[in-house]
Design a protein around this ligand. Structure first.
Ligand code: B12
Ligand code: SF4
Length: 461
């Protein structure tokens, strides 16, 4: 049995500032598909992985490949923003080829459109074991009704099977085989600290929180499972055998939530002295009570960039999105410590949240300027299918401001934040001191820099 797993290129303007230039600056290996592929191969199924932004195929050439190379089924990754693109491909393939199509990923929470397009099976949640059971079904060894964690169509009706239990011990999973991809084609030059060769890796799955704009709690059930530091070290050493790795982004939704784990992991990195730098995403309450100590050891272990999601500085807006009103204070402390230690700190804000007005957005901008992280992203809310905000507001306006006004306020915030002379100098000095090679990318990064600085209007749909 043989399968092709596919990540399509984003064609719709959901991702902020999505333009061709963006994809020349930022690409991540499709870790989810690589995990599924590794489990299938362990199960005796040949699994190839294609990434359209690197492999550049068209719908017609994809069909030719599926036919000529005799694949038994094809799988697509979909997040909410890729959904329309995936549906277009599913429809196109099904018009010419009768091949089973499976779709998985965080964008499948509302699955009707995929079935309407012709998809056969949706994998809900983690895919490693589900995909192997789908193979059993295709071999005639299992009924669809027996497979936990899938949805399928029977007599025109969508059947949602019982959910699959989360994999209790992530250490049992085979490592994603990055050699399936063109390793050097992955990087994120949005990061001033980026060095190549680069890869991404995930040390835990899930997040305990339930922010109303996010779908993590629906997908990962608010349960956090961490891999053991030793298991991660083994994966790192496999990569380091083949590549002189210089940079890693740990893709966890909230990195290092468990403090004992964080200290063990950082101590292991320090002991092993692998020589790469890394970046991670945290939240305002991360490292609570032991912030100074935690950030210090992370720095020692190679962390040079943290992404801190605060979203709003206004207590009532934070309450509206199921967050604590104490977070702005906590985030300010993280920003201060990171700056003292020379870690690039990036604050993320979302505008257009429930209850947002011109005044609350102004307060968030003022807060960002006052706390002065190195960089800050101001994003217009993307309403994700399956999120609490979508349930509550549907396609209606979430706040009193129009989408256009929210976009304008994002640009205005960026302009106010980045066009201060001190800021430009600070960033330039940071780059020269920490990663001068990045400046070689400056011309290619120009559209990105202009957009970040609010000098080029952003549009999101
Ligand atoms: C890396 C990343 C990115 C990268 C690259 C994304 C890409 N498509 O290549 C960048 C930085 C570009 C990015 C951008 C965005 N991202 Co992003 N990103 C991630 C991140 C941090 C890691 C993804 C990952 O590797 N996960 C680890 C693997 C193991 O999990 P997985 O991918 O879900 O795969 C498992 C299952 O889903 C399933 N599965 C997946 N595919 C398939 C296919 C088949 C056939 C089967 C059987 C199973 C299966 O099996 C896998 C193994 O168990 C996740 C958060 C997270 N930690 O997951 C967010 C996440 C995917 N991003 C998210 C969002 C919202 C965005 C943006 C829209 C943000 C924005 N507003 O601009 C953009 C849009 C991207 C786009 N499509 O254009 C959301 C998606 C939510 C949703 N409902 O769709 C996530 C979940 C974050 C969150 N908690 O909200 N992102
Ligand atoms: S936004 Fe971040 S902290 Fe909130 S639920 Fe999603 S992943 Fe967790």
């Amino acid at each position: 049995m043989k399968t092709l797993l596919v990540l399509l290129k984003q064609q719709h303007k959901f991702y902020w500032n999505v333009e061709e230039a963006e994809y020349g600056l930022q690409r991540y290996q499709p870790l989810g598909l690589l995990y599924v592929a590794a489990s299938l191969e362990k199960y005796g199924v040949e699994a190839d992985v294609l990434d359209q932004s690197v492999d550049g195929f068209s719908g017609t050439s994809l069909i030719d490949k599926l036919k000529n190379e005799k694949y038994d089924f094809v799988g697509f990754y979909s997040d909410s923003t890729l959904k329309n693109t995936v549906c277009e491909y599913v429809k196109f393939i099904k018009n010419t080829l009768n091949i089973p199509i499976v779709v998985g990923g965080p964008g499948t929470l509302n699955n009707k459109a995929f079935f309407d397009a012709g998809c056969d099976i949706i994998c809900n949640g983690e895919g490693e074991f589900t995909a192997c059971e789908i193979v059993d079904y295709l071999k005639g060894k299992k009924q669809l009704s027996e497979i936990k964690g899938i949805s399928f169509r029977k007599d025109g009706k969508i059947i949602n099977n019982e959910p699959r239990e989360l994999i209790p011990n992530l250490d049992v999973l085979p490592f994603p085989d990055r050699e399936k991809m063109k390793f050097d084609e992955y990087y994120d030059f949005h990061k001033f600290t980026m060095r190549t060769p680069f890869t991404s890796l995930i040390t835990s799955r899930g997040c305990p929180n339930n922010c109303s704009f996010c779908t993590s709690h629906v997908f990962w059930k608010r349960k956090v499972r961490s891999r053991s530091p030793e298991n991660i070290a083994k994966e790192l050493e496999e990569i380091l055998e083949k590549h002189k790795l210089k940079y890693i982004y740990f893709l966890d939704e909230n990195f290092g939530l468990n403090m004992n784990w964080l200290f063990d992991f950082c101590n292991l990195l320090i002991k092993k002295n692998y020589g790469f730098h890394w970046c991670c995403a945290i939240n305002p309450f991360s490292f609570k009570g032991r912030k100074q100590e935690a950030i210090e050891i992370m720095k020692k272990a190679g962390c040079d960039h943290m992404i801190l999601g605060l979203q709003s500085a206004v207590p009532q807006i934070l309450k509206n999105i199921n967050r604590s009103p104490q977070q702005p204070e906590a985030a300010a402390e993280t920003i201060r410590i990171c700056k003292e230690m020379g870690i690039l700190i990036q604050l993320e804000m979302i505008f257009g949240l429930p209850g947002d007005t011109e005044e609350t957005i102004k307060q968030s901008i003022d807060y960002t300027i006052a706390t002065d992280p190195h960089i800050s992203g101001f994003f217009a809310l993307t309403v994700l299918e399956g999120s609490e905000i979508e349930e509550k507001y549907g396609h209606n306006n979430v706040c009193s401001l129009s989408k256009e006004r929210v976009d304008e306020l994002c640009s205005l915030a960026s302009r106010k934040f980045y066009t201060r002379p001190g800021k430009i100098l600070e960033l330039l000095m940071f780059i020269i001191k920490n990663n001068p090679k990045w400046l070689g990318r400056a011309v290619q990064c120009l559209p990105f820099i202009l957009s970040v600085a609010g000098l080029k209007q952003r549009t999101t749909k």
